[in-house]
Ligand binder design. Structure first.
Ligand SMILES: Nc1nc2c(ncn2[C@@H]2O[C@H](COP(=O)(O)OP(=O)(O)OP(=O)(O)O)[C@@H](O)[C@H]2O)c(=O)[nH]1
Ligand SMILES: [Mg+2]
Length: 184
């Protein structure tokens, strides 16, 4: 795809990760649905399938695809990659760093979607959000961020794919905005 074609199409930004990781909450911060620091995690419903919306991202009209992370949906995406993984410019992968039990599944899910990205959107920019990095969360010896990276970095390096990462929490809205290039 050349640059001209690219500019004519709206940018496609995808956000994926396990169920309950915080994807929809993160998008609510970007759209202003959440505009002040909450006292406790807001009550959210699991996303059914994919929810599409639009945001301004680096001053450009951008289509956002919020991929609900429950198991049946995850299986569906991986079984039908051509339907979901085309023309992605930005691929955000959210890891809940407080969710010890889902970490191995999150590693597996990332591996699955990473293969699809390589095949269908090899130019996608990959961004990890290590989310629920709450101020009162004591990063104990479990170090889920380190464990996740240890498992997936070899594949990223072998494929020579660049990536960036951010630590985010709803208790610091700017941590989320910065990860999407908005304010400071
Ligand atoms: N402690 C904490 N909880 C959070 C944070 N962000 C989101 N949550 C909570 O995490 C839960 C799940 O949030 P959602 O945004 O619905 O998660 P999701 O990734 O969209 O889940 P699916 O739609 O099922 O894939 C909700 O109870 C949120 O309030 C955070 O930074 N810290
Ligand atoms: Mg959701």
């Amino acid at each position: 795809m050349n640059i001209t074609e690219n500019e004519e199409q709206p940018i496609k930004l995808v956000i994926m990760g396990m169920e309950n990781a915080g994807k929809t909450t993160i998008l609510d911060v970007l759209t202003g649905n959440i505009n002040e620091t909450p006292n406790r995690p807001p009550s959210m419903n699991p996303t059914k399938g994919i929810e599409r919306s639009a945001i301004l991202f680096f001053q450009k009209e951008t289509k956002v695809w919020d991929f609900g992370g429950q198991e049946t949906y995850r299986n569906e995406y991986l079984a039908n990659p051509k339907k979901y993984f085309y023309s992605i410019s930005f691929f955000y992968y959210v890891v809940d760093i407080q969710d010890y039990y889902r970490l191995p599944q999150s590693v597996m899910y990332f591996r699955g979607v990473f293969n699809m990205i390589i095949n269908h959107s090899p130019d996608a920019k990959i961004i990890f959000l290590f989310h629920k990095n709450d101020p009162d969360y004591v990063a104990n010896e479990r170090n889920l961020k380190g464990k996740f990276l240890e498992k997936i970095e070899p594949s990223l390096k072998a494929a020579n794919i660049p990536y960036t990462m951010y630590d985010t929490t709803i208790y610091d809205l700017s941590s989320i905005k910065i990860a999407f290039g908005l304010d400071s």
